[in-house]
Design a protein around this ligand. Sequence first.
Ligand SMILES: Nc1nc2c(c(=O)[nH]1)N[C@H]1C(S)=C(S)[C@@H](COP(=O)(O)OP(=O)(O)OC[C@H]3O[C@@H](n4cnc5c(=O)[nH]c(N)nc54)[C@H](O)[C@@H]3O)O[C@H]1N2
Ligand SMILES: Nc1nc2c(c(=O)[nH]1)N[C@H]1C(S)=C(S)[C@@H](COP(=O)(O)OP(=O)(O)OC[C@H]3O[C@@H](n4cnc5c(=O)[nH]c(N)nc54)[C@H](O)[C@@H]3O)O[C@H]1N2
Ligand SMILES: [Mo]
Length: 755
Amino acid sequence: MSDQEQPPEFKPYHHPAAGWGAAKSVTGFLIREGELMAGPRAILKMNHENGGFDCPGCAWPDDTKGLHLDICENGIKHVTWEMTRKRVGREFFAAHTVSELSGWTDTELESQGRLTEPMRYDAATDRYVPISWPEAFALVGDTLRGLDSPDQAAYYTSGRLGNEATFLYQLMARELGTNNLPDCSNMCHEASGRALQAALGTGKGTVDLKDWEHADALFILGVNAASNAPRMLTALAEAYRRGAQIVHVNPLIEAAATRTIIPHDFARMATFRATRTGTLNLQPRIGGDMALIRGMAKAALEQAATDPGALDLTFIERHTTGFEEYRALCEATSWEEIERQSGVSVADIRAAARIYRDADRSIASWCLGVTQHEHGVDTVREIVNLLLLRGNLGREGAGPSPVRGHSNVQGNRTCGIDHRPDAAFLDRLGEVCGIAPPRHHGLDTVGTIEAMHRGDVTVFVGMGGNFVLAAPDTPYTSAALRKCALTVQVSTKLNRSHLVHGEQALILPCLGRTEKDEQRAGVQATSVEDAMSMVHLSTGMKRPASTHLLSEPAIIAGMARAALPDSATPWEAYVEDYDRIRDTMSQVLDGFEDFNRRVRQPLGFRIRQPARELVFHTASGRAEFSTAALPDVIPAPGTLALGTMRSHDQWNTTIYSDDDRYRGVKNLRTLIFMNAEDMRDRGLAEFDEADITSIAKDGTTRSLQRYKVIPYDIPRGCAAGYMPEMNVLCAIGDYSTQSDQPIMKHLKVTVERSA
Ligand SMILES: Nc1nc2c(c(=O)[nH]1)N[C@H]1C(S)=C(S)[C@@H](COP(=O)(O)OP(=O)(O)OC[C@H]3O[C@@H](n4cnc5c(=O)[nH]c(N)nc54)[C@H](O)[C@@H]3O)O[C@H]1N2
Ligand SMILES: Nc1nc2c(c(=O)[nH]1)N[C@H]1C(S)=C(S)[C@@H](COP(=O)(O)OP(=O)(O)OC[C@H]3O[C@@H](n4cnc5c(=O)[nH]c(N)nc54)[C@H](O)[C@@H]3O)O[C@H]1N2
Ligand SMILES: [Mo]
């Protein structure tokens, strides 16, 4: 897999997104994985109405017209990655000590293939050795029962976990007595959830894909859609074809902001006819989005003096509160400040405002470029303010639409993964399940790491994911995990989190989403919720990678039974037939009434959403304008604002190759994209090596050495590079005080030539 021997290349990419480059890349990938046949055959079963499995990639919804081959290059890669023929069995672990494996690259670790049986760390030999499932569960159960307090354990969720397993997982944690449920959402959309909850009384976006088909204007902020939500390209191209305006807001002009070959539109691919996917590009400085949106709102308010159609005053009066304060705030914010803080000219902001004014229906969509900041919550609320000004809510073709990450990260939260659960949910959970859920808040991702460091949390359970690499401050997080008495990783592939472990450690291998899940009542399906609140069933059909794998619900039930021997929860019965889990969920969860029937409709069902119907579960019962001051996001002299992001050939901590096709990079990940003038100031030329030093909020510094500098079209004062390598630079204390999210898109750094 490793391309390290190849020299790095950088050549700006001028082709449309998707298209032949994608086809070529997929073919090469399938050949390398030895999956040229099984891969494509499986993909035909993916995202299908009436059967098939949900793509384990991103959370972008399936096509509303039926699920005809709405697939993408990266979806194919994710599926193939899971379906590899390679295996990591007991012989592998017998042949390599953990210390030896720690010297391997992450790509080498993951590319060993699928895990096949439960393994326990044996300190005497520094190796993982086989352990039976009952023994593994007993180890977990004994350790949990031996804790002084249930809050000494934390239960992490990565967003692939299906809804049924999710429900059992949080039930186990709460029956044990803790709300310590950190999840990957603490690192991606916590800010969106908190902002939308405060403004609209819902933690989610209000639009669905049909709305995307009816919008006159789309404002797309801080997302690299061509790589991370590739099926959005279809929606963008179709919007362009019907004459919609598409405004991209991103310090980088990403591939999705230019043009595409619609991923499933093979006819056009053959004739090389690309469709545009953007009509205006704005390049704010890192963190400049809030000022930019404030500017658009200010322009709308100014326009209203002479243009009665500029604002929807009826909507504002009927459904909102706080408008006058917001108007005053916009008036008080000067154009100079807006221009300086956003890094976008007043003329360009006015152009975007004009597009907003002329559109009857607008959607604003955003991802991590907006959320992983100190002021992520304020920025999302500013976006909502702008939407409210023209009544872009609760009607077709309009509203907020955050782009979620992992395929079921939204479903995880819906089904109870929340370290700050609300009282009504806990009441119902307690009543229906006959438990007494703890009322005090639990720990999130950063809180868990700090607690492990202090010794307050001694058991860490990872339900999927690769915690040590995904989390900030890699050395700090590693030290925290090493202090644990027990770390348990439920995984499909070998990764770094198996090597950075507690005194005792377990690797519990599970079925992947593509695999057939047979239980006593027959083949089981699990449900997932996409980024637009559609819930549908996913049924794996591939023969499991090993006969020793258990499903995630079975693993959770096994741990729960061992830890709670007297539990009245019917753990075994739940695993025999997931319909029984769904029956319980339908009693506990809002919007899941008649779950078993509705989820079996061809396209599943959409969770009812009050804000969409202009019913607001906010303090005032109305949609609330916010009035936060603009933050100062201008880098101090000599420093740069650094955003960490994904490359094209990557799934979070899984690196498929060292290429980033749309950004024109080959064979290189240890790089930093910089503005050419910032390079010149530092005497740096393309491919020169530089040391990057971050300055944390507490003044401490962290460094990466010998990163290659790539000149890029990015505003002055801004720089970008790749996660997870750059997580070393994000101090554990550098999280937002608004969302508790690590500020992974806004690290303060200095860059200088390597010695
Ligand atoms: N192929 C693939 N797909 C994925 C993933 C993957 O790793 N690989 N990960 C999944 C997950 S879990 C998630 S959460 C999503 C993440 O999807 P994205 O949010 O697209 O993820 P990033 O790669 O972090 O890219 C963030 C984008 O924000 C921009 N940006 C940085 N700073 C700013 C800023 O201050 N303002 C604005 N407006 N933009 C900014 C960057 O230029 C970049 O385009 O993708 C999901 N889909
Ligand atoms: N600097 C920086 N850091 C970031 C981000 C950033 O933008 N910048 N983004 C953050 C975000 S948004 C996220 S979501 C996190 C990602 O954090 P995680 O979700 O923790 O990480 P992944 O890399 O997606 O996890 C990959 C592992 O999941 C396991 N796996 C795959 N499929 C399955 C399955 O079906 N079941 C189970 N049980 N396991 C499975 C495999 O063993 C694989 O090694 O990273 C965060 N970290
Ligand atoms: Mo994410």
